[in-house]
Design a protein around this ligand. Sequence first.
Ligand code: NDP
Ligand code: MG
Length: 357
Amino acid sequence: MRRVALLGATGSIGRQAIDVVAAHPDLELCALQSRSTPLDGAAATHGVEHVQVGGDPVVLLERSRPDVVLNAIVGFAGVEATLWALEAGVTLALANKESLVAAGELALAAQARGGGLLLPVDSEHSALHQCLEGRPRDTVTGLVLTASGGPFRGFSRDALADVSAAEALRHPTWSMGPKITIDSATLANKGLELIEAHWLFGVPYDRIEIVVHPSSVVHGLVRLRDGALLAHAGLPDMRVPISYALTYPDRAATSVADLDLHDLTLSFGRPDEHAFPLLALAREAGERGGTAPCAFNAANEVAVAAFLEGRLGFLEIGDVVAETLAAVDGAAARDLDELVAADREARGLAARRLQPA
Ligand code: NDP
Ligand code: MG
C-alpha cells in the first residue's frame, strides 16, 4: 500500500487526484490539506486520518509520514512542502511548478541529499519524463514543450488590451484552477514550464523549444542526436500524469479513453512573443538565474491576482513582471530564508506598481 499525502486537495488537480487514488487499490490517502475549503466530507468518504485546513503543510507531512507527497498547492505557498519532501527523500509528485521555478537550485540540492524521486505531474513534463526515461543524456539534443496558445491564440497585442478576466478564464482545452488558467492565457504558464523543464531534466534553456499546438494532444517531444523526434500523445486529461506519478513505475490503468487517430489533424506553430511577452521574460529570468525566476513568479502571482480582481489590465501583467525583474538584483538564495526574502521583495515591488500613481 502506498500512502499519499495530498496537498491542495480541494483544487482542480487535488480533486482529480482523489479520484485516481480511489480507483487504485494499492494507493491510500493518508493526509489531505487545503488553505480554507473544508475537507471533512472528503476525509470521511475516503477514511483519511490526517487533515489540515490552513497552517503549515510541513506539519501535516511530518505527522502523516507519507510514501508520496502530491504537491498540488497553487503558487509559491507550495515551496516548503516541495523542499521538505526532497530533503526527506520522500517521493514528490509535483504539480506545484511555482515551487521548482522559484527554488530550483535549493530543490536540486535537497533532492541530492534526500535521494528520493521527483516525478512531474505537469502534463508536458510527465510526457518528457516518459520520453527521456532510460535514455543516455548525450543522445538527447533538445526538448519541445507544447502550448495550447490559450483562449487568445492569434490575438494581436492591440486586441488583448481590453480582454476581461471572464474571457481569459475560458480555456479551450484544459479545465484548471483560475491562476494557471490566466497563466495559460498570457503564456506565463509556458514560461514557468520552461524553467521547470530546465530544473527537472538539466537541459540548457537554448535547447528547450516552445511550440503552439492548439489541440493539446501532443504533450511533449524529445529530440535525439540521430534526428529522431519522440512525441508523447494522448487526450488532454490530467488523470493520466497524476496516475503516472502516483503509481510510478507501474503505470496503472486509468479510465481515460484512448485517443482516436482517425480524422486527427495536428498543427504546430510559433508562439507570438510580441503579443505574449511573458514567455520571453521567463526565458530571460531563467537564463539570468539566481532569484530572477523567483521574482518572475512572485510578480506574476501578484499581477494575476490583481487581474482576476479587475484591478489590472491583461497586458499590464507583463508590464508588472518586466518592471519587477528590472528592479531586483536577482542574487542567488543560499537557503529558504533568503528565497522567502527574495519572493517578498519582488511581491512588494509588484504591488507598488499596482497602486495608482
Ligand atoms: P486550484 O486553484 O484549483 O487549487 C489550489 C489548491 O491549493 C486548493 O486546494 C487550495 O485550497 C490550495 N491552496 C491555495 N493556496 C494555498 C496556500 N497558501 N497554502 C496551502 N494551500 C493552498 O489550482 P490547480 O489545482 O489548478 O493547480 C494546482 C497546482 O498545479 C498549480 O501549481 C498549477 O500550476 C499546477 N498544475 C495544474 C494543472 C491543472 O490542470 N489544474 C495542470 C498542471 C499543473 P483552498 O481550496 O482552501 O483555497
Ligand atoms: Mg502544463
